[in-house]
Design a protein. Structure first.
Length: 387
């Protein structure tokens, strides 16, 4: 296709955002917490006119001046400041969202630099906390935005405190246990959230609005937990991270500016290596869903960290996922083969990483030998097995 054909294609398919085709902006809606009204002008910040830095964004008519002001008065939380999280944070801070809260438990490592765009070699050499390293760079990019760093592990103990006062929660994790916590808080407090996951060359994303769309439990059930591919077992390429995160941000911008009719209301699935782009219709929320139907919040109310410290004196920590799963040990063994010596039988596998060893059972339970810190054990389990 030549340049003229491309130009004609865009002209024939472009939406008309002229004055005669003003996008429909929804008025404030009743929600369990008025803090979460999309595009509310009563929230964070007091700007009357958008800063000139947003001029090109405000020229995009679905956002415009009013939408830009709404962004400046909005608050979001990003859970996980890794590959997805750094892209999410960069775009939202530069878009002028008033407050961006970064939540992450990890430190920067050299292996992060290929895809985690806010970090550099100095951060990795010094082992800087990801949330703090990201916040420092984002504050330099846009001093108008409040960037808040929370260096912590999101658990049932702190999830509501960290997430219940924002307008949108964005998923930058690689961890279904944490996603179920996010979903519980979102449904309980009526907060929209952007699910996203990316590994290898494929990823998926969906924008979930309690009361309007199915929740995560509707979509995946209660048992979507350990035993899935992770970046440390099958790798990841940066382009798929950017695509998934950009879709998450686009849906968030639509929501915060009141353009609810533009929301996709689908699960988007991509595989960039195979040139595969597809969408799966949500359907309706399940009225018998334990979470959004019956308002039973298992992730919050189970009061478990998915972690039990045991075998005192043996430098061994037991990690038990919140939901037991029947793992394909052969597949897990194949994924771990590049990281250490693996031995497997019908009931368990053992991988020797050198400095530590993992004994993994078919129900998802694992013993991490050579580890004493429960938080380190939890992080290693999430990295190599998947939570």
């Amino acid at each position: 296709m030549n340049d003229d054909a491309i130009s004609q294609h865009h002209e024939s398919t472009a939406h008309d955002y002229s004055d005669d085709h003003e996008p429909k902006r929804h008025p404030q809606q009743q929600t369990p917490n008025s803090r979460h009204t999309p595009g509310s002008l009563q929230a964070h910040g007091s700007l009357k006119t958008p800063h000139p830095r947003y001029a090109r964004q405000a020229l995009f008519r679905p956002i415009g001046r009013d939408g830009q002001l709404r962004l400046g008065q909005s608050r979001v939380a990003i859970v996980g400041v890794g590959a997805l999280g750094t892209v999410l944070a960069t775009q939202l801070v530069r878009a002028g969202v008033g407050l961006v809260r970064l939540i992450d438990r990890d430190i920067v490592e050299t292996t992060n630099l290929q895809r985690q765009s806010l970090f550099d070699e100095v951060d990795a050499e010094n082992g800087v906390a990801k949330a703090e390293a990201a916040a420092a760079k984002l504050r330099q990019a846009n001093g108008e935005v409040t960037v808040e760093a929370q260096v912590t592990d999101l658990t049932w103990r702190n999830a509501e405190e960290l997430l219940s006062d924002v307008d949108v929660i964005l998923d930058g994790t690689d961890n279904f246990e944490v996603r179920y916590l996010i979903n519980d808080v979102a449904v309980k407090h009526g907060i929209a959230w952007a699910y996203g996951g990316a590994v290898s060359s494929y990823g998926s994303t969906a924008f979930i609005r309690p009361g309007h769309t199915p929740c995560l439990v509707c979509l995946f059930g209660e048992g979507a937990n350990g035993g899935h591919d992770t970046c440390d077992t099958v790798g990841v390429i940066a382009p798929v991270v950017s695509v998934i995160a950009s879709i998450q941000v686009a849906e968030t911008l639509k929501y915060l500016t009141g353009n609810l009719d533009a929301l996709s209301n689908v699960m988007t699935l991509v595989d960039l290596w195979r040139n595969d782009f597809s969408q799966m219709n949500f359907g309706s929320a399940n009225p018998s869903c334990p979470c959004c139907g019956k308002h039973t919040f298992h992730a919050l109310e189970s009061r478990t960290d998915g972690l039990t410290v045991s075998l005192c004196g043996r430098q061994t920590v037991q990690v038990r996922p919140a939901v037991s799963n029947s793992l394909n040990l052969r597949q897990v063994a194949a994924n771990l083969a590049n990281h250490g010596s693996v031995r497997q039988n019908a009931s368990l596998l053992r991988c020797d990483f050198g400095k530590f060893q993992i004994t993994l059972f078919a129900d998802g339970r694992a013993l991490l030998h050579g580890i004493e810190d429960p938080h380190e054990a939890r992080a290693l389990y999430a990295r190599y097995i998947g939570m």
